[in-house]
Design a protein around this ligand. Structure first.
Ligand SMILES: C[S@@+](CC[C@H](N)C(=O)[O-])C[C@H]1O[C@@H](n2cnc3c(N)ncnc32)[C@H](O)[C@@H]1O
Length: 230
């Protein structure tokens, strides 16, 4: 696990996740959730089952369970503390429609699922075959043609503007009201994380894993969201 992954095992940091996590760091997070609901709703059956990869925290599950009263959710995440938070965040809304599994996508049932999401997770996974493996495992569990939503922070460590982009990442979180020391820790964490890759690399990996019809639907500073099909 990378250092950032260690944060998801730390109960103090997990307690801060809903306040100091994606809604504060990821521009337009509420709109992002709404877009994902619209995009999945285009093809997902009314009583379909969604595979939530990296379901810790429960933010996407809470939103999607709230807009679609019959969708069912199977969430996987290797961090037990983040799964506890997901239960607390989304449990009331999703009730018995939510099943959480401690582990990675390889520990998920075979499916086939009607859709899958992987939101703010792939950047934590090393690009040493593990990213591709995650995407392949996800695709294997989807019905042919089922939608897959990937959202990730993308940075090119070799680009001349790498430092400027890290500064923007930090500035956005400060504007959201996150404490300076938390922002500084997050900036340093991302700066050190070699698993964060440029957007083009994720597009290449999606194609290698066999996803099709890939479409960029979200671009917000360093963050990207793609809709693709199994
Ligand atoms: C930034 S959080 C995002 C959680 C949630 N998707 C959201 O958008 O709020 C990243 C999560 O990915 C989980 N994670 C890390 N590596 C993973 C992997 N290989 N498979 C699934 N989840 C993973 C972490 O434990 C953490 O809960």
């Amino acid at each position: 696990m990378t250092d950032m992954n260690a944060h998801f095992a730390d109960p103090d940091r997990v307690r801060q996740y809903l306040e100091n996590g994606p809604p504060a760091f990821t521009p337009g997070h509420a709109g992002l959730m709404q877009m994902i609901g619209v995009l999945l709703g285009e093809t997902m059956p009314q009583d379909g089952t969604l595979l939530v990869i990296g379901a810790g925290g429960g933010l996407e599950t809470r939103y999607l369970a709230g807009i679609e009263p019959q969708w069912r959710f199977v969430g996987v995440d290797p961090a037990a503390a983040m799964l506890d938070l997901a239960r607390a965040t989304a449990g009331d809304v999703a009730g018995e429609r939510l099943r959480l599994i401690e582990g990675t996508v390889a520990d998920a049932p075979d499916g086939p699922f009607d859709a899958a999401t992987c939101i703010l997770v792939l950047g934590l996974v090393p690009d040493n075959g593990a990213k591709l493996e995650l995407l392949c495992q996800a695709r294997q569990r989807l019905r042919p043609g089922a939608p897959f939503v990937l959202v990730d922070q993308c940075l090119d460590r070799n680009a001349a503007d790498f430092t400027k982009r890290l500064d923007r990442y930090a500035a956005y979180a400060r504007r959201s009201g996150v404490d300076d020391d938390v922002v500084a820790g997050a900036r340093a964490g991302v700066a050190a994380m070699e698993s964060v890759v440029p957007a083009q690399r994720n597009e290449q990996l999606l194609a290698e894993a066999g996803f099709d019809g890939t479409e960029l639907f979200y671009l917000a500073m360093g963050w990207r969201g793609w809709l693709s099909y199994a």
